[in-house]
Structure formats: C-alpha cells, structure tokens
Ligand binder design. Structure first.
Ligand code: VGL
Ligand code: ZN
Length: 253
C-alpha cells in the first residue's frame, strides 16, 4: 500500500518536472515580452511607452467626507502612487459639473438622490450635488501627487448630459476628445484606476474597448459605489467587452 502511494507520488513528481520543462511562450496576448520565469509570467503585465495610466475622478467629493463619498475612496491613492512610476503617460479625469447639472436630484422637483429618471438619452441615475465647477469638492484629493500627469480631462460640463466615461458622454456618442488625444499621441493601451469602479472607471473601460483599445482595470486601485447591483451589472459588461481585470501587483516594466 505504502509502495503504491510512493509510486504515485513519484509519477506525479515526474509529471511536474516535465511540465515545468515545457517551453513557455515569449509574448503575451498584447505581443509584449514575457519573463522567462513561469510564476512571474502568470503575474506580470509589462508596461510599455505606449501604455497610459488613466486616473479617474480621484476628487474630494468621491472620498470620505465628500458629497458623493465612495467607501474607502481615498484608499486608491497609495495604490495609484505605487504604480505611477511604471508609466510614461498619466492622464487624470475630473468630474466637472455645472451647479444646475441635470444629473443632480436637486434640479428635479420631488426627486431624491439615487433615484432613476428618464432624460433625452435614456435612463439616468440622480446624484447628490457633487463636483461643482470651481468648488473644493471638485478638486483632486490633496494627497494625490502625480506631477507628471500630462492631461487633466474634465467631463460632465454639459448641463443636459452626464458623462461617466472619460471617452463619451452618457448618450454614448458625444466624444470628450480623449480618444482623439490617445490616437494622435499613439497611446494604444489603457490602464484605469480611481473612482468609481462601477461608474466612471467601468464606463471608461467599456468605451476604450469600443474604440478598439485594450483596456485593463486595476481593481485594487479602484473603489465602488455599489448601488442596486451596479457592480454585478458593470462586471458582466466588462467581461463581455474583453476588459482585463488585474491587480497593481501584476504590473512591471
Ligand atoms: C461618478 C456618479 C456621478 C464617478 C461621477 O466618478 O464614478 N459617479 N458622477
Ligand atoms: Zn458626476
């Protein structure tokens, strides 16, 4: 009995050694070079000069104490600082609403924050007043220190249309200009971090894919609002669109 078990173990060991000796591919799905070490290969996404880090809406109003606070919103900041040095290109977005923006419950008599309403382009969630142009709440969180950021893209400044995505407003057709910027500067893959995972981060990733760009969400560098199943809903869409969900520890140069 003991001998049989031993033989089993031995065969298993041989199989393990044999499988470890198999040649491993030299490029990943995106054509980037892979580390030779098998364990590292599973964990590693190599950042190239054509990659961009898109830091979405890390603003006071989305952090604890803010008007539309996301739980642990400020916890994304150290994660973003950790990976920022890997990127040659960093872009920030800033939710930037008029005081009477149509996504605010306060401009719709009888409506409460987090209710749904129909606007010209379809269903829109109503929010507490947040990220009003020029206000303290609209400023980037003071702890966010990314002096190399090359573009700050403001969105949501058309009173009639909200803009979750950094690429298109919520009618899903009006461009913000970011797609053109990336194209002209030959930035071809987008890594996304920030707030909120289930709204502005998620929609930015979907729209990057709709423009044909590979998109990677850095999950531990995001936090979610999670309103009425919004996390499950966006995750189904992200999976269908081929958005890669990764961790900041998966990245290397
Ligand atoms: C956001 C709701 C309203 C976001 C912005 O940044 O995810 N969510 N405006
Ligand atoms: Zn907003």
């Amino acid at each position: 009995m003991a001998a049989m078990r031993l033989r089993h173990l031995y065969r298993h060991r041989n199989f393990w050694e044999w499988s470890c000796a198999l040649p491993v591919p030299h490029v990943d799905l995106f054509g980037h070079k892979l580390n030779k070490d098998r364990n590292e290969r599973l964990a590693s996404i190599h950042i190239t000069p054509q990659d961009v880090l898109l830091v979405v809406d890390v603003q006071n109003d989305f952090c604890p104490g803010g008007a539309l606070a996301v739980a642990e919103g400020d916890a994304v900041i150290p994660a973003i600082h950790r990976i920022a040095p890997l990127f040659q290109h960093i872009i920030l977005t800033q939710d930037w609403h008029n005081p009477d923006h149509s996504s605010f419950a306060s401009v719709h008599p009888g409506k409460q924050p987090f209710e749904q309403i129909n606007l010209s382009y379809g269903s829109q969630t109503l929010w507490p007043d947040h990220c009003i142009q020029g206000s303290k709440g609209a400023e980037h969180h003071p702890a966010l220190t990314l002096p190399r950021a090359e573009l700050v893209l403001r969105k949501g400044f058309d009173r009639e249309i909200d803009s979750y995505s950094a690429f298109f407003e919520n009618d899903r057709t009006t461009p913000t200009g970011l797609g053109g910027y990336l194209k002209e500067r030959n930035l071809t893959r987008v890594f996304i971090a920030g707030l909120a995972y289930d709204y502005c981060v998620g929609y930015s990733a979907l729209d990057a894919r709709s423009l044909g760009l590979p998109a990677v969400i850095l999950r531990d560098a995001c936090r979610a609002i999670d309103l009425n199943g919004s996390v499950a809903k966006i995750e189904a869409e992200l999976a269908a669109a081929g958005v890669v969900i990764a961790q900041t520890t998966d990245l290397s140069v």
